[in-house]
Design a protein around this ligand. Structure first.
Ligand code: 13P
Ligand code: SF4
Length: 305
């Protein structure tokens, strides 16, 4: 059986949009209708006209798609693809923090569960976090940022906004060592180092630019003559190399095993049987929509200015 042909057949028959993240295995990236970073994927899900969204990514991304477009059937390729960082905080933790700190404004990185989003004031992604936090009204004396302490520290540095940081992190990004940057620069002294802001602060301090995955792809497309070293999951190199062959990984070990659970076999089975449907209660759908929609409204308004 040719899995790619079969998936394409099912896609047509069932009126499906396949959304995929840049960290997927290259073969899986190639069958997606749209590839993007967390923000781009959320926006695409919100505007989707097809009957079914098949989400190849991690589960919080599929949940976000359902929250933004609840009348669609949203399928996660596999429910086994979690994001360990998203599970480092739950909604009760936020409720407890609200009791401890009065007048608390809660900013949730989109890498969080739907439940955590129900207790949040606004969401951010790596693409819009700096602008959103910078513009939080100054009347909020206490800002809590969850769950990623690395992204949070980067935002504090760049915006000068004081934030309380949750002690979460992405083990995939946190493990990249600053030494890899030194080695890259020794090998190619004119190379540019771009990293994801989920990397630890020693890496982010030494890089040339921190950015989201789709911004990395965009950077490669606009800088086709530069040697670029990338500090993020290695999957993104597949899309970057379409524009620039001189793109390297700071560390080949930077692999998100959860993203890699989205195989062609799983995609075929999920589509065929229409399993792994994202089901959220009406209350969660309604409450979690508020911070995500706030983020989208803010970002789209800014993009149109
Ligand atoms: P992006 O939004 O930059 O694609 O990042 C998502 C993610 O999970 C990074 O680990
Ligand atoms: Fe989560 Fe890290 Fe994988 Fe991104 S790379 S999905 S933050 S575990």
């Amino acid at each position: 059986m040719n899995l790619i042909n079969e998936i394409n057949k099912l896609k047509k028959e069932k009126d499906v949009l396949i959304l995929g993240h840049y960290y997927l295995d290259p073969k899986v990236q190639d069958i997606a209708d749209y590839l993007g970073d967390s923000y781009g994927l959320a926006k695409k899900a919100m505007d989707c006209k097809e009957k079914i969204i098949l989400f190849a990514g991690v589960v919080f991304m599929a949940e976000t798609a359902k929250i933004l477009n609840p009348s669609k059937k949203v399928l996660a390729v596999t429910m086994d693809a979690g994001c360990p960082m998203a599970d480092m905080i739950n909604s009760n933790d936020i409720i407890a923090m609200r009791e401890k700190y009065k007048n608390l404004y809660v900013v949730s990185y989109v890498n969080s569960t739907a439940d955590v989003k129900t207790q949040s004031d606004i969401c951010v992604t790596s693409r819009n976090a700096l602008d959103i936090v910078r513009d939080i009204p100054s009347k909020y004396k206490n800002i809590l940022f969850v769950p990623d302490k690395n992204l949070g520290s980067y935002i504090i540095k760049k915006t000068d906004r004081n934030m309380i940081l949750w002690d979460g992190f992405c083990c995939v990004h946190n493990d990249i060592s600053a030494d890899t940057i030194k080695k890259a620069k020794e090998k190619y002294k004119d190379s540019v180092i771009i990293v994801h802001p989920e990397c630890n602060s020693k890496v982010v301090e030494k890089c040339d630019f921190a950015m989201s995955t789709s911004q990395m792809v965009d950077y490669a497309s606009k800088n086709t003559d530069k040697t670029i070293f990338v500090g993020t999951e290695t999957g993104v190199l597949h899309s970057m190399k379409k524009y620039n062959s001189k793109v390297y990984s700071l560390s080949e070990k930077t692999i998100c095993k959860n993203m890699k659970k989205n195989t062609l076999e799983e995609i075929y089975n999920t589509l065929d049987k229409e399993v792994n449907e994202i089901v959220l209660s009406n209350e969660v759908l309604k409450k979690a929509y508020i911070p995500i929609k706030r983020m989208i409204d803010y970002t789209e308004k800014r993009n149109s200015q």
